[in-house]
Design a protein around this ligand. Structure first.
Ligand SMILES: [Ca+2]
Ligand SMILES: [Ca+2]
Ligand SMILES: [Ca+2]
Length: 397
């Protein structure tokens, strides 16, 4: 296949697979710095995700209610107090993100001495090295045509009106004024540092949004849950790169702001991240249905986050082609994979008002997200040639 809209990175590097997180993380920092040849999966030197033990800040967070901005503001104050308490004579470190809804914690740039103090503090559950998450640059066919029904929409019994339903697309943003999408601009938000808009400069997020919910009108495509509202939660930049810490911030926002019955789409992934998995499971437990790409490494999905996360309302999606054959690139393994969905040569909306054909579990996942927006999922037969020997059900409405 020539197109990989989703390129996760874990296979290139050593993984954290033990429970002694802190030591494993530090070891991985060193290993990864030695082997990193590109931005994909690279540890972000000196940047860490810190998760507090359950309950440490319950009292403070309860007093501010459930609003995302209030919770993150309160949490920022607590994190600043935390640093004052462990390091009273030192200036605050740079703290790009704080989390107050799903995992409770923060991301910060830490020198080695401060990192040691953080790791030893009794309030801290674990510390992870932050990493780059990156998606590949796909080949793109751009143009506006009379409305067609892409094969995947037909396969999952989509194209059903879902006006008023809401899908959160945690990705590169969404083309906010695309004529074939209903974007909730007010609730769209960017978590990419030094950007102000959730508008999509890559195209990947807009493509996912179109498969979920493109309008049934006279142009372009139609989504599985046609005419539904999409909200851009921008965590990837114009190159399709982001950080685990930024993705967790996006999940935290959806966990605080999403409503029961909404769907969240995560067509991204990377190495194992305990914090990212925990954030997804916690957000989903509040009633938003999360659909996660299995990944494109022809690997066991248990080696990748958030694909390996399991919990209530959490579904991991592998990819099939138009013949119901398992896509050669798709990750596998049950659990965590729950359903297979169309992910090869998928035509959908793209940045700047365009349309494009892409392949990947990134494209399969929004088919599942659309089905869940329409209601309960059904088994539409089993995928052929599933490499784990346990054929995944193909999701349909
Ligand atoms: Ca359309
Ligand atoms: Ca699962
Ligand atoms: Ca399987």
């Amino acid at each position: 296949m020539k197109l990989f809209a989703y390129v996760a990175v874990a296979a290139m590097f050593g993984m954290v697979s033990c429970n002694t997180q802190e030591d494993a993380m530090v070891t991985n920092v060193e290993q990864n710095l030695e082997v990193s040849a590109s931005d994909n999966g690279r540890i972000i030197p000196g940047q860490y995700i810190v998760v507090f033990n359950e309950g440490v800040y319950d009292t403070q967070l309860k007093s501010v209610g459930n609003d995302y901005d209030s919770r993150t503001k309160a949490m920022r104050g607590e994190v600043e107090n935390f640093f004052s308490s462990i390091n009273p004579n030192k200036a605050l470190p740079e703290i790009p993100y704080v989390y107050g809804t799903t995992v409770v914690g923060f991301a910060a740039r830490l020198d080695d001495a401060t990192l040691e103090l953080v790791r030893k503090d009794a309030r801290v559950k674990y510390v992870e090295a932050d990493r780059i998450i990156s998606i590949g640059t796909p080949n793109v066919e751009v143009g506006v045509k009379a409305q067609t029904v892409p094969w995947g929409i037909t396969r999952v019994n989509g194209g059903v009106d879902a006006t008023g339903k809401v899908a959160w697309v945690i990705d590169s943003g969404i083309d906010l004024d695309h004529a074939d999408l209903n974007v909730d601009v007010a609730r769209s938000k960017t978590f990419v540092l030094r950007t102000k808009s959730a508008d999509d400069e890559n195209g990947h997020g807009t493509h996912c949004a179109g498969t979920i919910a493109a309008k049934n009108n006279t142009v372009g495509v139609i989504g599985v849950a046609a005419n539904a509202t999409v909200v851009a939660v921008r965590v990837l930049d114009r190159r399709g790169s982001g950080s685990n810490s930024g993705v967790i911030a996006g999940v935290d926002y959806v966990g605080a702001t999403g409503k029961v019955g909404d769907v969240a789409n995560m067509s991204l992934g990377g190495g194992v991240s305990t914090a990212l998995d925990a954030a997804v499971v916690a957000a989903a437990s509040k009633g938003v249905i999360f659909c996660l790409a299995a990944g494109n490494e022809t690997d066991n999905a248990n080696n990748h986050s958030p694909a390996r996360a399991n919990g209530n309302n959490v579904y991991t999606i592998s990819a099939s082609d138009a013949s119901d054959k398992f896509a050669s690139f798709s990750n596998f393994g049950n659990p965590p994979v729950d359903y297979c969905a169309p992910g090869v040569s998928i035509y959908s909306t793209y940045k700047s008002g365009g349309y494009a054909t892409l392949s990947g579990t990134s494209m399969a996942t929004p088919h599942a997200a659309g089905v869940f927006l329409l209601g309960a999922a059904r088994n539409g037969g089993y995928v052929k040639s599933d490499p784990d020997g346990n054929a995944d059900p193909i999701i349909v409405h």
